[in-house]
Design a protein around this ligand. Structure first.
Ligand SMILES: [Zn+2]
Length: 166
C-alpha cells in the first residue's frame, strides 16, 4: 500500500473523533508564513495554538511570493487575522543550493528550459533572509499598517523559536 492509500485509511479513523466546532471557526488570530519542511508541520502546537487559531501559509523556504502575499491579504483583509509571523528554520533545504544551480541542473536533466518558476528563493543567510521577508510584507501597500509583522527562526534541533531583529 502506498502512502496516500495509508493516509486515506487513517482518515477514516480521524473523522470519527473530528472536532465539529471547526465547521464554523472564529476569525484566525494571526497568519503564519512558514516552510513546507515536514519538521514544521506541528507549528501550531509549537506555539501553543490550536486548529482555527491561525492561517498557516506554507511553501518551500517561507518565500514571500505573489501567492503568499495573496494569502496574507485574504487572511488580514477578509478573514480578520491581526498579526503576521514569518517563521524560517535551521537546516532549511533552500540553503542547500543556489537558484542558478538548480535551474541548470533541471535544464540538463530534462533537456529543456522553463518559463516558471522564475525564482526558487534559495538563500544563504537565514537572518538576512528573514529580515528581507518581513520587509517585503511590510512594504506591500495593501497589508494593514497597524498589524505587527515579525520574523523568527525555528531551531529544528531544539524546537525553540527565536526572533530576528528587524
Ligand atoms: Zn525549509
Amino acid at each position: 500500500m502506498n502512502t496516500i492509500d495509508e493516509a486515506l485509511k487513517a482518515n477514516g479513523t480521524y473523522a470519527k473523533s473530528y472536532d465539529r466546532a471547526l465547521d464554523r471557526p472564529p476569525p484566525p488570530r494571526l497568519a503564519i508564513v512558514t516552510c513546507m519542511d515536514p519538521r514544521l508541520t506541528n507549528i501550531l502546537q509549537a506555539l501553543g495554538l490550536g486548529a482555527g487559531d491561525a492561517d498557516v501559509i506554507r511553501n518551500a523556504g517561507s518565500a514571500i511570493t505573489e501567492d503568499s502575499l495573496r494569502s496574507l491579504l485574504v487572511s488580514t483583509r477578509v478573514l480578520g487575522s491581526q498579526e503576521i509571523m514569518i517563521i524560517n528554520h535551521t537546516d532549511c533545504g533552500l540553503m542547500t543550493f543556489k537558484d542558478e544551480e538548480l535551474d541548470a541542473k533541471l535544464q540538463k536533466l530534462t533537456g529543456t528550459a522553463a518559463v516558471v518558476p522564475a525564482r526558487f528563493y534559495s538563500f544563504t543567510d537565514l537572518e538576512e533572509n528573514t529580515r528581507e521577508q518581513v520587509q517585503k510584507v511590510k512594504s506591500h501597500p495593501w497589508i494593514p499598517k497597524d498589524i505587527p509583522i515579525r520574523g523568527f527562526v525555528f531551531d529544528v534541533h531544539t524546537g525553540k523559536l527565536r526572533e530576528v531583529a528587524a
